[in-house]
Write a protein of this length. Structure first.
Length: 241
């Protein structure tokens, strides 16, 4: 039934809808059939380009990036809505008027809720992009451009006005063009999202009193000899010479 539906969709729908169906639904409806985009990507030499870029990065840099990624995007640093909004607390939001305490609050909230702030920014970015027809059409055209380049260089190279362009050169050039196009397409979305999320997170950082919540890095480790007994002088009210 699923295969019959897919074949009927192939005959009656436009090319763009077939492309979207291939990207989204085909991996779910059939595990035995593979979407052509995977074979096209492999034949275009894209994996070789990525492998060469990854191999050129020093191992120390890779370890540093992996450690920073695991530390920054740690799931335990994502605070629940109860903690984020202070639900159940007596006075979770108020304006601190003492400059030193206000500075400490901003520092603590930024380090304690940073993953929530990143999540808010990402959600706003996705919602804004969905409501922007220009961005959706532009990304769709970029997808078609990539498919055209991959198909044209499927035999290893392409001739353009007497110039031989290899798969690797075409992939690098298309990648640079894609980066510039995305910057142009998503610039207004990026700035709107950045300003909106910056305002919302700034208000939360300014008003949220989360001093009662401490992260692992905020805890102070006690050191020293704490083996006290009942005969200790300061416990019995005796003066210490």
């Amino acid at each position: 039934m699923k295969l019959y539906f897919y074949l009927g969709l192939q005959r009656k729908t436009p090319l763009f809808m077939r492309f979207l169906h291939c990207l989204i639904f085909l991996p779910i409806t059939s595990s035995s059939r593979k979407c052509p985009r995977k074979n096209a990507w492999e034949s275009s030499g894209g994996n070789d380009v990525l492998s060469s870029v990854q191999s050129s990065i020093p191992q120390g840099t890779k370890d540093y990036i992996a450690g920073a990624k695991s530390k920054i995007f740690n799931r335990q640093h994502l605070r629940s809505p109860t903690v984020f909004f202070g639900i159940g607390e007596e006075k979770p939001f108020y304006l601190e008027r003492v400059p030193t305490l206000l500075t400490e609050r901003l520092r603590h909230n930024l380090s304690f809720f940073y993953l929530n702030y990143i999540l808010i920014t990402a959600v706003l970015f996705c919602l804004t992009m969905i409501t922007s027809p220009t961005a959706i059409i532009g990304i769709g055209l970029l997808g078609f451009a990539w498919m055209a380049v991959i198909r044209a260089t499927s035999e290893g190279s392409i001739q353009f006005k007497g110039i031989t362009i290899t798969q690797k050169q075409a992939s690098i050039g298309m990648g640079a063009f894609t980066a510039v196009a995305l910057i142009w397409l998503l610039s207004h979305i990026f700035w709107w999202t950045l300003s909106t999320s910056g305002f919302l997170t700034g208000v939360h950082m300014l008003l949220r009193d989360a001093s009662m919540h401490k992260d692992e890095e905020d805890k102070v480790e006690m050191q020293g000899d704490l083996s006290l007994n009942e005969e200790a002088s300061f416990l019995n009210g005796e003066e210490i010479a």
